[in-house]
Design a protein around this ligand. Sequence first.
Ligand SMILES: NC(=O)c1ccc[n+]([C@@H]2O[C@H](COP(=O)([O-])OP(=O)(O)OC[C@H]3O[C@@H](n4cnc5c(N)ncnc54)[C@H](O)[C@@H]3O)[C@@H](O)[C@H]2O)c1
Length: 371
Amino acid sequence: MASGPVKVGIIGSQFEADIHAASIQMIPDAAEVVAVASPTAGHAAELARRYGIPRVFLDYREMLKEPDIEMVTITAPNDLHARMTVDIARAGKHVVCEKPLCLNLEEAEEMIETCRRQGVLLLYAEELFFTPKYRKAKEMADQGAFGRVYLVKQSEKHYGPHSPWFWDVERSGGGVFMDMGCHGIAFCYWFLGRPRIRSVYCQMGTYVHADKTLGEDDSIAILEFDNGAVGLVENSWARRGGMDDRIEVYGEGGVTYGNLHMGNALPTYSEYGYGYAVEKAPTTKGWSWPVFEELWNYGFPQEMRHFARCVRGKEQPEATGEDGRVVLEAIYAGYASAGQGRKIPLPFRPSGVRKPVDLWLEARQARAAGE
Ligand SMILES: NC(=O)c1ccc[n+]([C@@H]2O[C@H](COP(=O)([O-])OP(=O)(O)OC[C@H]3O[C@@H](n4cnc5c(N)ncnc54)[C@H](O)[C@@H]3O)[C@@H](O)[C@H]2O)c1
């Protein structure tokens, strides 16, 4: 097996690509980015300049021909994840795929199967598994701090995404439940030790962004797990004031609360404003909660270090394509539940679903037609 830092190629050059490049720069002993591929020449070149990445490609398939690249990270829109994963795996390289895994379960299975056949890893980039504050909560729960845990809550809210493709359900697969509900579902599942998800109940609506999207901009999901615990996942693209990400854990013997940003921030008032407070904060005037070491607090460098060590055979993958597939099935069930107005039991495997949000939009239309 090769040694030294794992050589990485990044597909995409904008928001999440920057996070991957910055995170990998923080772990030079474990990995280094040697190439970036993105169809917008200026953007890829700019990312390369910022992080000293030596090779730039417009077509990711050209990048996949580079023999020294060992691991490729996908930071492109959701509808491209499946095709790219298959291409990367066939080129014999390990795959890091951003969340959500892909648009539908058929794609998920093809991705998992192709990587298995090609003998490469399919690593699912769910950074909440690596978020230091949330890992501490899980460590305490696993040590018995809260006794039997009966409720785990995770919520992630802001005022909506930064790029147009998120609003286009054909490309994103859905609204905020697809985009950020995937984090909350994964979190509850992981926190509880991956028990089977028994059912999903979900309520969603489009409250402020109906001019931009067919997708939902607010959702609440309740998941029942086989061990009797409940997960509560709240998400919003309608919440003002920048990113809010938090957890609550309740057991018969105790409780813990984690607020990812505000707990680590400096409560600040400024009459004049300043450079940067936190992801998606619209202003730095008045009261704000500037974060520091943002990437580390999220767990991105830790996630990339873990993935690189998996490639070197030094660690076993803690976040895989299989996790992404479980999350996607719960997302299907959530959209179907919101559409039908009832709890959906799992396994839930309707065939021919191109994108999860259809299960909400079509059921809602059918209900409206029947009323
Ligand atoms: N883990 C997280 O917290 C997190 C946060 C943000 C985004 N994401 C995920 O990362 C992915 C990218 O989101 P983003 O916010 O960076 O979006 P973005 O719009 O900022 O960037 C998308 C990038 O994909 C590139 N791209 C588009 N078509 C391509 C193609 N055919 N080949 C190669 N590159 C192509 C674009 O040029 C752009 O550089 C999404 O799946 C999103 O869900 C994850």
